[in-house]
Design a protein around this ligand. Sequence first.
Ligand SMILES: [Zn+2]
Length: 146
Amino acid sequence: MKKFIKSLLEKKKKPLQYWHLRGIHTASYGVCSDNYCPCPQVTIPRGEGYIYIVKYEDGRFSANLTCEIGARKRNLNLKIAHNDAKYWWETGLVPFRETPTYKGFQEAPYISSISVKEQENIRKEQKEETLRRLDAIIGNKGDEND
Ligand SMILES: [Zn+2]
């Protein structure tokens, strides 16, 4: 039992592992490389932006730099995604873990490129899209009157 608890504690203490993400983290700017983002691949100044990390079923990770709109459309935890971006700009490294998502409205962790109203609109659109997806999974045709 002691051994078991000890192994649990060791597991908990294990620091986050990082991997090297392709891309020029030493450049003066990057571009939004989020396929899901509707922006025209806006430029992201050095040290800014958000990184979203995805883990695939085969256990591999992918990570991309995205702008605020893309990050909001994915419901990313903006603070964590921005800290990951800052760390990547400094080191070229990103952690071996998915970017957590966030429920509800969140303020931008640094100067926002879009108005609060736009931020709230994106959140509402996302909420509706999530509900539509859920409906499609459940097979509920709904009573939408558009
Ligand atoms: Zn974008």
